[in-house]
Design a protein around this ligand. Structure first.
Ligand code: IMP
Ligand code: MG
Length: 189
């Protein structure tokens, strides 16, 4: 699903790219897709903190399967808007994934570095299956080849915030997804 920007009165946003309503509708559809994929089977969700927390919480409430949940944390951005170098794992998993159906959930697929690192590590833990679900996909920015199995919205190459996505740890609590004004993309001294 692709999106078009709409106006906003938020002082830090240039436009709204995905509205609350669009998010709600699409998350329900993604829940139905998960049901088609997994049927009644159990699966284990690995949510990538902090960005995927809001999306994961809403998505999981759309499925009635038995679900196990674990979180993983990486760093790649620091506080800036450009991906810096190789992401590092800073918080590992606690659940055993061998013989499990694993669904990795992230907020946004950008260069692909984070998800290829995490998916590679998880595949090494001998799960029965590994799938990836992202809310947003910036296909034009890929630096390593990586495709998600489920994508909420394809978006252009713009830095977005809200619904879990941050700039310098701010804006995660906005209910919609907006494009940050260029003058707000400067880090505080
Ligand atoms: P990748 O490793 O370059 O694919 O980066 C993925 C991570 O970068 C995401 O999980 C986000 O935390 C962050 N990121 C990428 N693009 C954006 C954006 O437009 N806004 C906020 N965070 C972003
Ligand atoms: Mg993230």
């Amino acid at each position: 699903m692709t999106v078009t920007p709409s106006p906003t009165s938020h002082p830090d946003l240039a436009s709204i790219l995905v509205t609350e309503d669009q998010i709600r509708t699409r998350v329900k559809e993604l829940g139905r897709s998960l049901k088609e994929i997994y049927g009644h089977e159990e699966f284990t969700v690995i949510s990538i903190m902090n960005g995927a927390i809001l999306f994961t919480a809403d998505l999981l409430r759309e499925v009635d399967n038995p679900v196990r949940l674990d979180c993983i944390r990486t760093t790649s951005y620091g506080s800036a808007t450009m991906s810096k170098g190789t992401p590092k794992l800073v918080h590992g998993l606690t659940l055993d994934l061998a013989g499990r159906h694993v669904l990795i959930v992230d907020d946004i697929l950008d260069t692909g570095k984070t998800l290829s690192l995490i998916a590679g590590m998880i595949r090494g833990m001998k799960p029965t299956s590994v799938r990836v679900c992202v809310l947003l996909d910036k296909k034009g920015r890929r630096q390593v080849p990586f495709e998600a199995d489920l994508v909420g919205f394809d978006i252009p190459d713009m830095f977005v915030v809200g619904y879990g996505l941050d700039f310098a740890e701010r804006y995660r609590n906005l209910p919609s997804i907006g494009v940050l004004k260029p003058e707000r993309q400067e880090l505080p001294a």
